[in-house]
Write a protein that binds this ligand. Structure first.
Ligand code: ATP
Ligand code: MG
Length: 566
């Protein structure tokens, strides 16, 4: 296409709030334009990349017999009432009301719609397994839309749903999806790593996230250098081996700790190591208050609490609730109390003698507190985040940390939706059973951004060949000169037969054209300039910057050869 006809509004300066590299580059290179917070238009270059990503996705989905459909974005509230998510989804669900007062949601995901579709049409085990997928805009009223396409409020997702008569069939499709996802991200030029993720209240190891490694990533991945262990930090188990250090247990003593609220402040005030302080927090689990204890240098992991208690309904008690309950503010909570509030302590609290704990009285702590002797613990468990360098649960060595962007997730849902929504089939004995389900998402627009996040240099984007908006960037330095324009037109006509060519025929200064070309980042640039009259052009690779002068008569075969090497 002629660049003079394409809409590519490149920018010199991007808004300061664009923190993520890919967000800045996508704005700067003229691929996206913000409409309102978390909502973007995809301009021509982005649309071309999206088409290439979705072509890869479609090919890989069809290779595992997933069938494409398109479901409505507008979803009646009744379906969400059936699954119980109309209330549970909370304020992330975009809700609206029609002229008759009927309520709807703009789909953030499609389990409800697809389950109702399949329950009406699939009656027998003979119709199973069945995998449906779609590529569509999703809506989530994210608390913090940010990083451009990485966390939008309207974004493009590929979502797939599979239906099975038994677990073995689900396992098979899950594994096929897992492999297809690995291929999709590799083909799209992304270095993504599958990691074990949290499956919420369902528990168990039923889900993997695909994480594109990146500094901007909002998720921390815990991995091993010696094995293929990789897990989301929310899920990474902490290995506990009790240590006997033989320290004498000292006498419990209440001490003043004025103005010391955080564990660090208490440690500083009492001049003790942070590890010896404990942090107590009060949570409400399905409406019941509990105290959770970890050591001062550890952080409570609420995802692990949810798995442990088998519920999503866990929240921190508010300051008012805490004052009502124990008569002290959050900075002084401790496990010694007469209210009978159950205490759950992290494993690492059990082998640390003579701890400091809150006294449930503002401005006071106990020193030399010891579990079992001074306070009861209902149960010890793994309730905290692992630290970098701690031993990994698979015994393969130290935990390493990396940041990642979740580009996809595969999930074994089981019968969560089919049971609540009464979606059954008749098995080979004629018995009605709930459908067994899986769901599988890829953030298509987030993937676009993740590709840019991983493929750029100081001058702009460096597109992987598989998803580049055009293959070649042909530039005439001065199209007002007849020899340059004519040679440019001739090359354009010839190369277009085998390649997608972006032809910069604009009457702009050479510097502007080169800057834009670097920003846009097509794999090969062909410059028609001063030596046009001799039939010589310059060919430059975007990835390593190597360039060479080439005779026009050899150009087509030179490009064919070079393009296969990139
Ligand atoms: P996150 O934890 O990042 O909020 P999620 O786990 O809630 O994502 P899923 O429900 O698993 O997201 O959705 C499937 C995929 O859709 C995700 O793996 C991600 O790539 C993409 N996605 C989710 N939320 C957004 C968003 N706000 N903007 C862009 N892509 C998103
Ligand atoms: Mg997810």
């Amino acid at each position: 296409m002629r660049q003079s006809k394409v809409f590519i509004p490149t920018m010199r300066e991007v808004p300061a709030e664009a923190e993520a590299l890919s967000h800045r580059l996508l704005l700067k290179a003229g691929l996206i334009k913000q409409s309102t917070s978390g909502v973007y238009s995809y301009l021509p270059l982005a649309t071309r990349v999206l088409n290439k990503i979705t072509a890869i996705v479609r090919e890989e989905m069809e290779s595992i017999d997933a069938v494409e459909i398109l479901m409505p974005a507008l979803q009646p509230s009744e379906l969400w009432e059936e699954s119980g998510r109309w209330d549970a989804y909370g304020s992330e669900l975009m809700r609206l009301t029609d002229r008759n007062g009927r309520q709807f949601a703009l789909g953030p995901t499609h389990e409800e719609v697809v389950t109702s579709l399949v329950r009406d049409e699939v009656k027998s085990y003979k119709q199973l397994p069945l995998t449906l997928f779609q590529i569509q805009s999703k809506f989530r009223d994210e608390k913090r839309p940010r990083f451009g396409l990485l966390r939008g409020r309207e974004f493009i997702m590929k979502d797939a749903y599979s239906f099975h008569a038994d677990e073995a069939s689900l396992d098979e499709t899950y594994n096929q999806m897992y492999d297809a996802y690995s291929r999709i991200f590799k083909r799209a030029g992304i270095n993504a790593r599958p990691v074990v993720a949290d499956s919420g209240a369902i528990g168990g190891s039923h889900t993997h996230e695909f994480m594109a490694l990146s500094e901007i990533g909002e998720d921390t991945i815990v991995y091993s250098e010696n094995s293929d262990y990789a897990a989301n930090i929310e899920k990474a188990e902490v290995r506990f081996e009790p240590k006997e250090n033989g320290e004498a247990l000292l006498e419990l003593e209440k001490v003043e700790t004025p103005n010391a609220h955080t564990a660090q402040e208490v440690a500083d005030y009492l001049n003790r190591p942070l590890e010896q302080i404990t942090k107590s927090m009060i949570f409400k689990v399905d409406g019941e208050f509990i105290i959770v204890l970890v050591r001062g240098n550890h952080e409570i992991n609420d995802v692990k609490l949810k798995t442990y208690f088998g519920t999503d309904n866990i929240e921190l008690a508010t300051q008012d609730e805490i004052i009502n309950l124990i008569g002290a503010k959050p900075g002084s909570i401790g496990p010694i109390q007469e209210k009978g509030i159950k205490v759950y302590a992290d494993n690492f609290v059990q082998d640390a003698p003579n701890l400091v704990i809150g006294a449930n009285e503002d401005g006071y702590h106990y020193i030399n507190a010891n579990p079992e002797r001074d306070f009861n613990v209902e149960e010890f468990g793994d309730f905290r985040f692992i630290l970098e360098g701690e031993p990994l649960s698979d015994g393969s060595g130290e935990a390493k940390f990396a940041e990642g962007i979740e580009v996809g997730q595969v999930f074994k849902l089981g019968t969560k939706y089919s049971e609540t929504m009464n979606a059954t089939f008749l098995d080979n004995q004629g018995k009605a059973k709930p459908l067994i389900m899986g769901c599988y998402g890829i953030g298509v627009s987030r993937t676009l951004s993740a590709i840019v996040e991983q493929n750029s240099d100081e001058n702009g984007i460096v597109w992987p060949k598989s998803v580049t908006p055009f293959d070649l960037h042909l530039i005439t330095i001065n199209p007002k000169k007849d020899d340059q324009r004519e040679l440019g037109d001739q090359i354009y006509a010839e190369l277009q037969q085998s390649y997608e060519v972006l032809y910069d025929d604009r009457k702009e200064r050479a510097g502007v054209k080169f800057n834009d070309a670097d920003l846009i980042g097509l794999p090969i640039r062909i410059v028609v300039g001063k030596r046009a009259d001799e039939g010589i052009v310059e060919v430059k690779r975007r990835d390593n910057g190597e360039s060479e002068e080439v005779e026009v008569s050899n150009l087509a075969s030179y490009i064919d050869n070079l393009y296969t090497q990139i």
